[in-house]
Design a binder for this molecule. Structure first.
Ligand SMILES: [Zn+2]
Ligand SMILES: [Zn+2]
Length: 705
């Protein structure tokens, strides 16, 4: 371009803008990383019509009128054949990813189940909701269908389930990628073998129960009830947890709409209250802490490649090596922008003004946003604040309809209509019931009972199948076991219950093994399970009858070991017992010991801060675990095989990330996370999770008190 031409253009541009009449408008800022949709309406329509089965590739660029008419009929819109505003609005609405036309022909079979006892497996979870809330949403979504059919739904643990439920993002393994936040929410495959019958949920959506984020509280005086957003406190309205009214910087929320009236509250997940996983027993972060010589006053992802936020639980990580992962606060974790996944930082400065809540200022689209550092003007880091989210229950009920063989309907009020809409009421419409009963028939009426002397005592429901019990089936598992806050909450004052003294257990856990929540290490030694905790251990055997012996003092049996172990295993061949704690290893052969030695001696580099478990695999090889990786270890050379590091989830799909104790017992592998274990069966080289349970109730057979 000639310099003349560019000058003219510059002048023209200048001219156009200065000449425009000045109107008093709010400042609109160009946000870095803001996604601008560059699709024209026609391009949007072409993509939509193709994706949902209304056109074939060959029809791109041709008149869309015919396809638009079909779509308008299907979605019960005015049939204009034009790309009018109603149609465009429908195309932008959140919806199910299953095509409206044509896709069911491409699958095997006649697209209904031929047995009535359907099984399902929840393969993984979204971070947006507590796991028991997700379990419950899926169970209720299946209930919707079992109430009107003869079908029953039983939760199992393993890929052989009829319906495998998965959260995923973008391309997640089936060739039907998700599209990021909004738009496509979920999809499911019609009944049949393999992937058929499975339901997938886009984990870039914000999953809720349809009315905003669900934040479970800790401590306080509301028994762990979820936050109520928005809530009023001292006359102001809050739509996220706040530290207002407290001097200790702990975020809290009201669990009813009005704190000023009801005074019910709890603390929100916070790294100042506790951490997860890591090696510090869930202790809270200590700020500031030192890591590689630098001082940190907030959680960081430095030193990690997986993006997880962590902190030290003492003032000096370099020295103490104690850490934990910071809990996610769904109510203030941003999406989009240039900081997705990070929390809002309040207050933050934007154009010189301070903000202590999310704001719409600076945006032309009116969406709520916040900065993720304290100064937007200099750092330019931001993201969108959480919205109402999509009801996992409603979306799941719709997808399970597909998994049972239903297609989309054009009745807008029906559950099987392709667009999402929130309702509080019963989700099924007559149209849905007709559809599902066409496939499976109605729910059988109870057998008429001959009149007896004691009428009306016959149960009308079929006997409840007693499953092996998902973790949620056990009582008193919520984190509400802590003291329920001080009764000192004055009628006008802010919550004053300091949770710092709270996470102590009133019972002495040192004697009864059933009072231990989370063990330091578990290992099979001499055909008995050993449970280690804080310098003590118990032995568990399962002969003719189960018995627990102990506690014994670790130092009485293995005098050189530290108080706190990370893991242990016994090599089945040589009977050598390996104990791990931090970066150190001890090897006992009978009463004689070698060690402590540093993990470097085994060929484990400084990135391995602890060994979380060992699984003897025969041939003198043991799998050693740390974080999300494992190594093949040779007992004879006492070195890990070079280049043997592999991600845990490749070899053991279905076990959670960040398990803290992995051990072998009776030829099966156990992966522990908090109080739960995932048991993996090595049969047929399949490495399937075949049981999930509680360490105390299901292995140690503790009574459920
Ligand atoms: Zn659908
Ligand atoms: Zn999928």
């Amino acid at each position: 371009m000639s310099p003349w031409l560019s000058l003219v253009l510059a002048l023209l541009a200048l001219g156009c803008c200065t000449a425009a009449p000045r109107r008093h408008q709010p400042t609109v800022v160009v946000f870095p990383g803001d996604l601008r949709t560059s699709l024209t309406n026609t391009q949007l329509a072409e993509e939509y019509l193709y994706r949902y089965g209304y056109t074939k590739v060959a029809e791109f660029g041709k008149s869309l009128s015919r396809a638009l008419r079909v779509l308008q009929k299907r979605l019960a819109l005015p049939e204009t054949g034009e790309l009018d505003s109603t149609t465009l609005e429908a195309m932008r609405a959140p919806r199910c990813g299953v095509p409206d036309l044509g896709q069911f022909q491409t699958f095997e079979g006649d697209l209904k189940w031929h047995h009535q006892n359907i099984t399902y497996w929840i393969e993984n979870y979204s971070e947006d909701l507590p796991q028991d809330v997700i379990d419950d949403a899926f169970a209720r979504a299946f209930d919707v269908w079992s109430k009107v059919t003869p079908l029953t739904f039983t939760r199992v643990y393993g890929r052989e389930a009829d319906i495998v439920i998965q959260f995923g993002v973008r391309e997640h393994g089936d060739g039907y990628p998700f599209d990021g936040k909004d738009g496509l929410l979920a999809h499911a495959f019609p009944p049949g073998p393999g992937i058929q019958g499975d339901a997938h949920f886009d984990d870039e959506e914000l999953w809720s129960l349809g009315k905003g984020v669900v934040v479970q509280t800790h401590f306080g005086n509301a028994g762990g009830a979820p936050c109520h957003f928005p809530f009023n406190f001292e006359g102001r309205s809050y739509s996220a947890c706040t530290t207002d009214g407290r001097s200790d910087d702990l975020p809290w929320c009201s669990t009813t709409a009005n704190f000023d009236v009801d005074h019910l509250f709890g603390f929100c997940p916070s790294e100042r209250l506790y951490t997860q996983h890591g090696n510090a027993d869930g202790k809270p972060c200590v700020f500031p802490f030192t890591f590689e010589g630098r001082s940190y006053s907030a959680c960081t992802t430095d030193g990690r490649s997986d993006g997880y936020r962590w902190c030290a639980t003492t003032a000096n990580y370099d020295q103490d090596k104690l850490y934990g992962f910071c809990p996610t606060r769904v109510d203030s974790t941003v999406s989009g922008g240039n900081s997705a996944g990070e929390p809002c930082v309040f207050p933050f400065v934007f154009l010189g003004k301070e903000y202590s809540t999310c704001t719409r200022e600076g945006r032309s689209d009116g969406r709520l946003w916040c900065a993720t550092t304290s100064d937007f003007d200099s750092d330019k880091k931001w993201g969108f604040c959480p919205d109402q989210g999509y009801s996992l229950f409603l979306v799941a009920a719709h997808e399970f309809g597909h998994a049972l063989g239903l297609d989309h309907t054009s009745v807008p009020e029906a559950l099987m209509y392709p667009m999402y809409s929130y309702t509080d009421g019963p989700p099924l419409h007559e149209d849905d019931v007709k559809g599902i009963q066409h496939l499976y028939g109605p729910r059988p009426k109870p057998e008429p009972q001959p009149p007896t002397t004691t009428p009306a005592t016959q149960p009308t429901a079929p006997p409840v199948v007693c499953t092996t019990g998902p973790p949620t089936a056990h009582p008193s598992t919520s984190p509400t076991a802590g003291p329920t806050g001080s009764p000192s909450v004055g009628p006008t004052g802010p919550p004053t219950a300091g949770p710092t003294e709270a996470p102590t257990v009133s019972l002495d856990p040192s004697e009864d093994v059933c009072n231990v929540d989370i063990f330091d290490a578990i290992a099979e030694i001499g055909n008995r399970l050993h449970f280690f905790k804080d310098g003590k251990y118990w032995q568990f055997s399962e002969g003719q009858r189960r018995s627990v012996q102990g506690p014994f003092l670790i130092r009485d049996t293995w005098p050189t070991l530290p108080h706190k172990l990370d893991s242990a295993f016994e090599d089945p061949l040589t009977k050598k017992i390996f104990f791990f704690s931090g970066r150190q290893v001890w090897v006992y052969t009978g009463p004689s010991v070698i060690g402590p030695r540093r993990l470097d001696k085994l060929g484990l580099g400084p990135e391995v801060t602890q060994v979380t478990g060992g699984l003897p695999r025969g041939g003198g090889k043991v799998l050693l675990f740390s974080g999300q990786n494992f190594w093949r270890f040779d007992v004879k050379t006492q070195k890990v095989d070079p280049q043997s590091a592999s991600p845990v989830d490749h070899m053991f799909p279905g076990v959670p990330l960040n398990t803290h104790d992995i051990f072998q017992y009776r030829e099966k592998a156990y992966f522990c996370q908090e109080r739960f274990y995932w048991r993996v069966n090595f049969r047929n080289e399949m490495n399937q999770v075949d049981e999930v349970g509680y360490v105390t109730y299901d292995i140690l057979q503790c009574p459920e008190a």
